[in-house]
Design a protein around this ligand. Structure first.
Ligand code: CS2
Ligand code: MG
Length: 405
């Protein structure tokens, strides 16, 4: 009988182009598993939670007991849910699935029930400081083979559109010792959006999926107006039209528009989307393996969503590490109600620190055939890039009122 006990639980914090928190588990039978515990702008809170309260309880536990370990950390903490707790549990869960799949000598998707599709359709980010700029970016992404493209551009008179980079660097919102302050105007944005979508559809037609992220900046009635004004451009979705803390808010949007709705990159539990799903107020749920309690809990969200015809559309920004992306792709390829997966390629340095088996071709990603989730970490290289504090920005209306980012 092999000894499947966890003998070591190590938290690795590194900043190869941006900050990442990784949990590495080692078992008595010589296997290792990795989990992503990165919470953008609040990374050390999860690292500390893992180091102080979780790692000491992992040593000596049986690595084979994935569900029981999930329940142990969820119920056992007494303080249920919340982004810090659920990201920490997620890191443990991902690492345990990685170990189990390696022990079974299978790519993780096989343990999850095998393929439900040939590959994972992903959407890219196209952005621009103007419509012309954006059209160039869309053309570039179509050349790269993407079949689904999210478009974001700066509306005239709105200094800080969401998703548009500052200068020529790739879009990366977290920066600085203090949060950057952004300024927002909804009226200008709402007037601009139909022009933007019209320019994209007129130039490139309708043979690809078109997406947009409103990043929680609208009220429900403004979101309803946006959805209505974009119907003729047949979007794949509008993302985060309004904050979803009040799940009922989506009823109003739904009553007014047939534009599909996606929400949930900040969700950490099924409880965050229970009503949204059960009342069919959304079409896609954006929860991820990293922030919503790992593969175990995301499968539960997806199974619940499937009952109501809601599909998955996992968050996949660069602040989720390659460990998250690898795990997400195994989940995506094996979950019945998959919708789409976000793909924002990592910096070359990030990929060097996290060598991985997943790949991209013609708008589709593959998790790879390596046992486990297929992502490793080069610890020596990781150690060369120490943590660097970086905050997500805050957003204000033109009169200085604090708004939603
Ligand atoms: C986003 C992210 O990818 C997305 O849809 O909204 O860029 C998000 O702002 C960051 O992941 C925040 O950490
Ligand atoms: Mg988003």
């Amino acid at each position: 009988m092999t000894d499947t006990k966890i003998v070591d639980a190590k938290v690795i914090v590194t900043c190869p182009a941006r900050n990442f928190v990784t949990l590495k588990l080692t078992t008595a039978d010589g296997l290792t598993g990795l989990g992503d515990g990165t919470l953008n702008g609040r990374e050390l809170s999860v690292a500390t939670y893992l180091e102080e309260y979780v790692a000491p309880l992992l040593t000596g536990r049986d690595s084979e007991r994935i569900e029981d370990t999930w329940q142990y950390f969820y119920r056992g903490a007494y303080w249920r849910r919340g982004p810090v707790t659920m990201t920490a549990i997620a890191a443990v869960d991902m690492a345990l699935w990685d170990v189990k799949a390696k022990r079974a000598n299978m790519p993780l998707y096989q343990l999850l029930g095998g393929r439900c599709r040939e590959g994972v359709t992903v959407y890219a980010h196209a952005n621009g400081h103007s419509i012309d700029d954006l059209l160039e970016s869309v053309a570039k992404h179509r050349e790269l083979g993407y079949k689904a493209i999210r478009v974001q551009a700066a509306a005239p008179g709105v200094p800080d559109a969401y998703g548009v980079p500052h200068g020529t660097k790739p879009y990366e919102p977290a920066e600085g010792e203090r949060p950057r302050e952004e300024t927002w105007s909804t009226p200008q944005y709402l007037a601009f959006m139909p022009k933007l979508m019209d320019a994209v559809r007129s130039k490139f037609g309708f043979d690809f999926a078109l997406l947009h992220d409103a990043h929680h900046r609208l009220t429900p009635i403004e979101a309803a107006a946006l959805g209505k004004s974009l119907e003729e451009f047949r979007l794949f979705w509008i993302e985060d039209a309004t904050p979803a803390e009040n799940q009922e808010a989506f009823r109003l949007i739904r009553q007014h528009t047939t534009t599909p709705l996606a929400v949930g990159e900040t969700f950490n539990s099924l409880i965050d989307c229970k009503q949204l799903i059960a009342e069919q107020l959304i079409d896609y749920v954006r929860a991820t393996v990293t922030h919503a309690g790992g593969i175990t809990h995301l499968r539960r969200i997806a199974a619940f969503a499937d009952v109501y015809g809601v599909k998955t559309g996992c968050h996949g920004a660069t602040d989720l590490s390659p460990v998250s992306m690898g795990s997400a792709l195994h989940f995506d390829v094996s979950v019945p109600n998959f919708g789409i997966q976000e793909h924002m390629p990592h910096a070359a340095l990030t990929d060097e620190v996290f060598p991985h088996a997943y790949s991209f071709k013609d708008g589709v990603m593959q998790p790879g055939e390596k046992p486990g989730h297929g992502v490793e970490i080069d610890e020596k290289l990781a150690a060369k890039y120490p943590y660097k504090k970086a905050y997500l920005p805050v957003c204000r209306l033109e009169d200085g009122t604090m708004h939603n980012w």
